[in-house]
Design a binder for this molecule. Structure first.
Ligand code: PLP
Length: 358
């Protein structure tokens, strides 16, 4: 196999060869008992990872499609989006493009989502859906879900809650049923540690009921259609079966590691990376209390020459991140999720240091 650099970017993330091998399983028919058995195993596994009994759909496309599924199947009146980075901003754009009444609660990049701000906006009564990105990949900001859950439960029980957990699911504990999340989505190229092009979501009963009340949702992303096939443990269209074998393998590895161990591993790697950055006199880009456990975004106070570091790391066989969009060069990210373990991370940071000294 051709040698490409090992990825320390926040997606796609590093996929080692043993995981890649799991994907190259023989094809099976998608309307057969063996398919339903495979799907059932994956669904049960994802339910365990998310601490939920909600229905889990498997989608053979990027998570962006599930953004749209969330919107078109829930919004009757209006949707409020929190925007604190590039991905949350794009999701709000999708709502506008879907023709929905879209409100935006805007934060500076680096800030986290706060329940009191959400409260102010929802109190207008204009919205029946609230959408937020749990882990803003562009800025390395993770917004705690618990305060939002408390707010919605106590003051806005009829508002449907959509959560993008693209870069946190499978790397951070998210107790979906306890939190009362109606729709949570992710794609496979982040903490799931698989190639891109596949996405998963967990859908609560009241979201399924809401979807049934909405007309003209199209066909491909209609929850009603998904439900019809879910009853048979099938997907509406021919899915990416290789990804499904990959997911089965990823779930087996995940349970071998143990859920609590996995959450702890991600936390420890995040703490290690934060301390590493601070020890060089750099600071963290996210505001205090909102640093992500899967991605560390480092503010480049020391004006390191990120392009030169990038070139040198590439020569050593590593692909670094140079900062997302307008942050390029000013803040850069180190991804530590999925198939990246502490030894991989230490190895990368060691190389990074050598490059710095050179
Ligand atoms: N949401 C977040 C937080 C992301 O980081 C990304 C991609 O990086 C997306 C959504 C879009 O995911 P996909 O490329 O799978 O559509």
């Amino acid at each position: 196999m051709e040698n490409f650099p090992k990825l320390f970017i926040p997606g796609p993330t590093h996929v080692p060869e043993h995981v890649m091998s799991s994907i190259s399983a023989p094809q099976i028919g998608h309307r057969t008992p063996e398919f339903s058995e495979l799907m059932s195993e994956i669904v049960k596994g994802i339910q365990k990872v998310l601490y939920t009994d909600n229905h889990v759909y498997l989608a053979s496309h990027a998570a962006t499609g599930l953004w749209e599924m969330g919107i078109t199947n829930s919004v009757k009146k209006g949707i409020l989006h929190t925007v604190n980075g590039s991905f949350s901003s794009k999701w709000a754009t999708v709502s506008r493009e879907c023709g929905k009444e879209t409100g935006v609660l805007e934060y500076n990049w680096g800030c986290g989502v706060k329940a009191e701000d959400v409260d102010k906006h929802l109190s207008s009564g204009k919205y029946d859906v609230f959408a937020m990105v749990h882990n803003e990949t562009s800025t390395g900001v993770m917004s705690p879900l618990e305060p939002i859950a408390e707010l919605l439960e106590s003051k806005y029980p009829d508002v449907i809650w959509l959560v993008d957990a693209v870069s946190s699911m499978a790397g951070h504990k998210i107790e979906v049923d306890k939190l009362g999340i109606d729709f949570i989505l992710s794609s496979t190229q982040k903490a799931w540690g698989l190639p891109a092009g596949f996405a998963v979501c967990a859908v609560a009963d009241r979201m399924i009921k809401r979807a049934a009340e909405i007309k003209n949702k199209g066909y491909f992303l209609d929850i009603g259609v998904y439900e019809k096939y879910y009853e048979k443990m099938q997907t509406p269209a021919t899915p990416s079966i290789p990804h499904m074998f990959g997911l089965k393998y990823a779930l087996t590895s995940l349970f071998e590691e143990g859920l609590e161990n996995r959450w702890d591993r991600h936390l420890k790697m995040a703490e290690f990376t934060r301390n590493w950055a601070l020890s060089f006199g750099q600071s963290l880009f996210p505001e205090d209390g909102f640093a992500s456990n899967t991605i560390t975004c480092i503010q480049n106070d020391k004006n390191w020459d990120i392009n030169s570091i990038n070139n040198a790391l590439l020569e050593q066989g590593y692909r670094m991140d140079r900062g997302y969009g307008k942050l390029r060069g000013k803040a850069f990210r180190i991804s530590h999720m999925g198939n990246v373990f502490m030894d991989d991370l230490k190895d990368y940071l060691q190389k990074f240091e050598e490059v710095l000294h050179d």
